[in-house]
Design a protein. Sequence first.
Length: 320
Amino acid sequence: MSRLYCTLFDSNYASRGLALYRSLERCLREDFVLAILCMDAEVERLLKKLRLPRVRLMRVEDLRDPELLALRGQRPAREFCWTCAPALMRSLLREVEPGETVTHLDADLMFFDDPAPVFAEMGDRDIVIHEHRFGPERAHMAASSGIFNVGLVSIRHAPQGVACVERWRAQCIECCELDPERGLCGDQKYLDEWPVLYDRLVILQHKGAGLAPWNIENYRIEPAADGSGVLVDGEKLIFYHYHALRVVSYGRFGVCWIWPSAGYNFTSAHNRLIYKPYAAALRAAARELRGSAEPVKLTTFRVGFIGFWLYWSRGWLTYG
């Protein structure tokens, strides 16, 4: 039986979503299906032309959720995408057999190793989530962003799992705004109450699951001695969350230049081991998408020559 993952993105995030899928192909040792909720017609057309073997393309209409459909066009695109995440999980949970899991992935993740340790920690429980694990200087961010991150959420077709996703979906239908002063962070801050509500929930302890700009400073990042991957305090890096990354340029001299998340500090090791591989993955994805159809809409952040030189000289730019 294939393990079911899901994600969602529009054409602006097409290269990131494709990079996520290719990383799953490289890293997963079990069969899988990635259900992709296409948030605009263009990304659906592009992905159809690629004929990705382990991908299932879906539209919002496929979720058969009238309350969700009523919000399309009423909410800003970003808020509507957040609202769709639990609705997508609910729809897929209704399809799988009891005992099977559905795992949501943010489109800006990339896997470095097999996620088997995630499911080993989950065991026979119904829900698995991971903390932000903010560094000491960022601990205050939990008040606005929440204790937990929605980058990876896995839910089992079981009583507590179903109850959890139903409640989460209803909350997001009611309100899915980003308003820190009111304690709102899209679909994310609702997770803060889950440990109290669900005794069949697991909070991931693996240090390589959920590495991100907001916690990378907590850990020692180094290559594995045998060249098999990246280590986070001696544990294999499973996936990294490329939050707030900006693409500066695609395809210049065959290179993809990226600006790792603004406002965070990264070492040369972080850039070499984590960001440079992602730049290469985005470059490959952009080329693949360009070869599949008419010109592709790829969101980039342009800087002038002086700005480009300044960012590069200070180590703010990474390429692959």
